[in-house]
Design a protein around this ligand. Sequence first.
Ligand SMILES: Nc1ncnc2c1ncn2[C@@H]1O[C@H](COP(=O)(O)OP(=O)(O)OP(=O)(O)O)[C@@H](O)[C@H]1O
Ligand SMILES: [Mg+2]
Length: 324
Amino acid sequence: MAILEVKDVNKAFGGLKALNAVNLSVEEGTVHAIIGPNGAGKSTLLNCFVGRLIPDTGSVIFNGRSLLGIKPHEINQTGVARVFQTPEIFTDLSILENVMIPAFAKVDGSFRINAWKTVGTRGEVRDMAEKVLEEVGLQEKRDIIASSLSRGDKRRLEMAMCLVQDPKLLLLDEPTAGMSRADTNNTVDLLQRVGTHITKIVIEHDMHVVFSLADHISVLAQGTVIAGGKPEDIKGNPKVQEAYLGGRTHECRNGETGRNGSGAVRGRLFLLPGAAELLRRELYRSGRQLRCEAGRDPGIAGPERRRQDVDAAYHRAHGRSATA
Ligand SMILES: Nc1ncnc2c1ncn2[C@@H]1O[C@H](COP(=O)(O)OP(=O)(O)OP(=O)(O)O)[C@@H](O)[C@H]1O
Ligand SMILES: [Mg+2]
């Protein structure tokens, strides 16, 4: 059964069509990944699910109820929680206090001005918050002020703030953005472990994360869903490669990165979504050469955001370094 149905959603910012006739159906209990190049409209789409933006036309039905025109906090109370692209936490409060705030909202049904004085529910709320902090592995840090947390822990905290509300639908906008590989792996682990009954929509650039978590992938490009299906179908989809790479294969010629006068790329690259752009940027920045035999698949499941990741992915596939 679909828990979220998006039909023909359009959203323009001035002359820019950020969303163009988007259709999407998210099955209950699944992890649905939305991928796509920068500026594809992914965050805009999520904003339409939480009431931050109202589509110009189209419908968004959650659990049989239209979300359009409903205020963000009311949408939240229907069971939709969101982890933002930039963590939104109360930086001058402790971790525990951060999680207690949405827990109060859950218990009381709304945010209350005098929430902190409600002695009757405080114990219950504290218990809920502590249980979730245990789940996400932040229990020992519960009294630390949120501003001093690492990026990975801030994400974990945000996740806890969502989980404590026990949402039906959890929206995650780039949950691993800016994280180290170790923190990324921890986050994937966490998402696989906690809230298994919760339907999740994950926007991600990191394909390791996408393919580790997703049951279904929708690909957005220039505001339109250009492909949707199981991860194995999306991986080899020519339309997807076209969207990311501007072609099924990326033909690198000598001198292509010669803009900085020192780099050159040879060979025919066949890259998974997102890797090509990064690789180009890395090569441009580093002025190093990518050695790739003609017609060979470097096997880079991108986008790997840093050169060491590109190297590691290449190394995994070929047992040697990609850059030299
Ligand atoms: N509030 C806004 N006003 C004007 N333009 C906007 C606004 N929000 C987004 N856009 C534009 O709409 C397009 C889609 O942006 P969006 O943030 O949804 O992309 P995205 O797929 O989330 O990209 P990224 O992967 O970089 O996060 C972009 O061209 C962006 O500049
Ligand atoms: Mg975005």
